[in-house]
Write a protein that binds this ligand. Sequence first.
Ligand code: ZN
Length: 233
Amino acid sequence: MSMMYTFGAFVGRKSASAFFPSQKSVTTSCSNVFTSTRGRLFSSKEEVNPGKVEGTDLMIVEYPHPSLRAENVEVTEEELKDGSIAKLSKEMFKIMYAAEGVGLAAPQVGVNKRLMVYNPTGNSKKWLEEVTMVNPKIVTYSEGVDRATEGCLSFPNMSGDVTRSRWIKVEAMNLKGKKIKKKFTDWEARVFQHEYDHLEGTVYIDRLDDDDKSNVKPVLEELIEKFGEGGKL
Ligand code: ZN
């Protein structure tokens, strides 16, 4: 039904028209970079929760799992030194690729730590594109925004339009504890913002407009029925 990479794929682009609380002002954007460079992400496919993946005991948790709303703690220096975070990020990449995703945040595998992994290409062969962000922070949001359709593996069978900053400046650490400062634009900025939301206990459903929210409501209710109460929006 929806198009899905971990956080989902774009099925369309619209000019921004909604005010967005985390951004100061809204300007419209019409760039079409994704269509040329990210064509693959438009391909229609059912999202798949791969369940148990070889090489890890971790699994993707789905709404309303409380881990999606719990506080995520900072990764410690010790965890970086003892290799446990390197191991965790490796396992997260395995799950992400098995799910045909482009990004995954630790709370999505039930680990409430401030860690995210992504590969903007979604292609495991392009491992040079892999990014691991430890304790990331978004320090600047562009005023210009884009609106595009997102989905999320923790919310199967649904999607909706989300407005996000076109570019962001971020600070984080890599697995060696080295400080990273970067600016991300367009697709990578969107992936980052989606995963960063997870670290804040926010999910893209929170950012949908009323129409999209009512569209996904029946699916959310089915999930609640399947998994029980515990992660109400
Ligand atoms: Zn997500």
